[in-house]
Design a protein. Structure first.
Length: 56
């Protein structure tokens, strides 16, 4: 089962599909690709990631 966590996002623009969204599942395929140095806690006013929505 997917495990929910506190919202997080990436501060980089390395991949277009990773921009401007936040994640709240640890197992999100997009969120799990965020490198530790680019990981940032919080929503940052962004919409929710489509993959995270699909895991509800
Ligand atoms: Zn996500």
């Amino acid at each position: 089962m997917a495990v929910k966590c506190d919202p997080y996002h990436t501060i980089t623009e390395e991949k277009p599909e990773q921009r401007d969204v936040y994640h709240d599942y640890k197992d999100c395929p997009q969120g799990s690709r965020i490198k530790p140095e680019n990981w940032q806690s919080g929503k940052d006013g962004r919409p929710r990631c489509d993959d995270c929505i699909d895991m509800d």
